[in-house]
Write a protein that binds this ligand. Structure first.
Ligand code: SAM
Ligand code: SF4
Length: 330
């Protein structure tokens, strides 16, 4: 048996855990209204943020315990100047799939480096294709740069690209057609996300929430020729349209329960291992990494975190107290 399989991570309910989502920073250059308040407190204290070397050690240990996929996220991961090196070190360590979730604002600075480093895919978050509306959702006047970066990324056609669009009633729910039109020309997956209850302002309580069934209804109304295809995991509802190169998906993150298929652990920018999206606290890795602990001690801590994974963390967690997805990376 190959050593990575022998040592691989399995939780108490026999689920293989081979996907880690790492928030490389909690800082952000936008202030999306469903994610952060303008005054959102950021952990800017360098003393608690994993350094480049600590991240690399962690990534190497993850590779040694059979982790197959890492997603770098945040906050905004492109605010970390060493992001290209982190991607490159993850690929060199043997992580099969390395991906990034970004708001795209700084992508012009990093795209060639990320491609050279071996990045496999990007989730690009953009909630409006109208500059004034983009401003009112993100509270920053940055639509032009973000849109140029998106166009560059799509025309590059090197990386697999998914667009994340949080669909909100009376905010951007009339933009389905604009987003779906992108799939006509580009082999991109446009994903409409349900709003989740993790934000400082709790705007999901203000009637803006649109459930997957309603999003599907709006899609079918716009596109009667929509064909359903079998989606997997979170892309539960997936669709194609005749003559479109891309695909469309709805992510029912709030209304459906994916716990039974969960293969993921999250790591916060200050090194906490969060075994479930609905758990507020986690084991802290930072002291071990800072003390240059052996790979074995770090992998023991990973195993402990995996064993803390609840069978169904979502059940009864509707009033989660988490204040922002940026704490844990979406
Ligand atoms: N800043 C990067 C970005 O926006 O892509 C990465 C971090 S962000 C927390 C990751 C994803 O979470 C984004 O696609 C964002 O739209 C989504 N997100 C944040 N807060 C959310 C919420 N309350 N409900 C649904 N999705 C949310
Ligand atoms: Fe920043 Fe991403 Fe949160 Fe928007 S969703 S505020 S871009 S972390």
């Amino acid at each position: 048996m190959c050593s990575s399989i022998k040592n691989s991570l399995v939780d108490s309910y026999n689920r293989p855990i081979d996907y880690f989502r790492i928030a490389v920073t909690s800082q952000c250059n936008l202030r999306c209204l469903y994610c952060m308040s303008e005054a959102h407190e950021e952990r800017t204290d360098k003393a608690t943020i994993l350094s480049k070397q600590e991240m690399i050690t962690l990534i190497e240990v993850l590779a040694s315990v059979g982790v197959a996929k890492i997603r770098f996220t945040g906050g905004e991961p492109l605010l970390r100047m060493d992001i290209v090196e982190l991607v490159s070190r993850a690929k060199q360590a043997g992580i099969k799939t390395v991906t990034l979730t970004t708001n795209g604002l700084l992508l012009d600075r990093f795209l060639p480096g990320l491609i050279d480093a071996g990045l496999d895919a990007i989730n690009f978050s953009i909630d409006s294709l109208d500059s004034e509306r983009y401003f009112s959702i993100t509270r920053r006047d940055q639509y032009r740069r973000v849109r140029d970066n998106l166009d560059k990324l799509l025309s590059h056609n090197v990386l697999s690209v998914k667009l994340n669009v949080v669909l909100m009633r009376d905010i951007n729910s009339d933009e389905i057609r604009g987003f779906v039109d992108l799939t006509r020309v580009y082999p991109v997956t446009v994903r409409f996300l349900e709003l989740q209850p993790f934000d400082d302002n709790q705007i999901w309580r203000t009637g803006k929430f649109l459930g997957a069934e309603k999003i599907q209804e709006l899609l079918q109304h716009e596109y009667p020729g929509l064909q359903t295809v079998k989606g997997k995991a979170t892309q539960y509802y997936s669709y194609i349209l005749p003559d479109h190169k891309g695909t469309i998906a709805i992510i029912p993150a709030f209304t459906r329960n994916f716990c039974s298929q969960c293969n993921k652990i999250r790591i916060t920018s200050d090194g906490k291992l969060i075994s479930c999206l609905y758990k507020k606290e986690g084991l802290t890795l930072l002291p071990l990494l800072r003390a240059h602990a052996s790979h074995e001690m770090i992998s023991d801590m990973l195993r402990k975190a995996v064993l803390q994974k609840p069978e169904d963390g979502k059940h009864g967690a509707r009033d989660s107290v988490r204040t922002s997805m940026s704490e844990i990376g979406g």
